[in-house]
Write a protein that binds this ligand. Structure first.
Ligand SMILES: CC(C)(COP(=O)(O)OP(=O)(O)OC[C@H]1O[C@@H](n2cnc3c(N)ncnc32)[C@H](O)[C@@H]1OP(=O)(O)O)[C@@H](O)C(=O)NCCC(=O)NCCS
Length: 153
């Protein structure tokens, strides 16, 4: 690969060789990260798993399921050092594009009520809150509810 191409930001399909870097970011940005097994299962299940690299370095990734006209964003994460520079928006935009391409009408996701960054990002994209799942997430002091958000595609 030429030096010029290597420096280009790029979206790609996530593969097993990405998982060491994915898991390093996952552990750094979540209090209760996904395990390697969660990512391996997502790859094996054929979910839409994408990475975003800048200068060859992993900046973020997402995991999306699309089935029977609906899409569900299971994971969207940006490396701490790359946050607030547009990577989350780029990844979310790509997830929306893929979901539309596969004929999904709605995109759903869960987010912790304490996740101000996530809520701000989703609100900026026009997601609306449709439900709250009680005790959905593990938390340091028990469980935390999940807000269920949706966006009409
Ligand atoms: C949520 C997350 C994916 C956002 O990614 P990002 O690359 O920082 O987002 P962007 O730079 O594209 O931000 C787009 C907009 O979202 C909002 N936003 C993002 N992070 C924010 C923050 N920390 N505080 C307030 N608003 C924020 C802002 O409106 C921002 O636009 P602006 O920078 O022009 O003000 C990132 O913070 C992250 O990976 N967090 C840890 C993992 C996580 O919580 N994922 C979501 C789980 S549901």
């Amino acid at each position: 690969m030429s030096a010029v191409l290597k420096d280009q930001p790029e979206l790609a399909v996530m593969g097993a060789s990405d998982l060491d870097e994915v898991i390093a970011i996952e552990r750094a940005v979540y209090s209760h990260p996904w395990t390697r097994g969660n990512f391996v299962d997502s790859l094996n299940a054929g979910y839409c798993c994408r990475t975003y690299r800048i200068g060859g370095e992993l900046a973020g990734y997402f995991i999306l399921i699309v089935a029977v006209g609906e899409a569900h964003l299971l994971n969207l994460s940006v490396a701490a050092a790359r946050q607030r520079q547009g990577a989350g928006s780029l990844l979310l935009g790509e997830a929306m594009r893929l979901a539309r391409e596969k004929n999904a009408q709605h995109l759903f996701l869960e987010v912790r009520p304490s996740n101000a960054a996530g809520l701000a990002l989703y609100s900026a994209f026009g997601f609306r809150r449709i439900a709250e799942r009680r005790g959905y997430y593990p938390a340091h002091d028990g469980r935390e509810n999940a807000l269920v958000l949706t966006l009409d595609l």
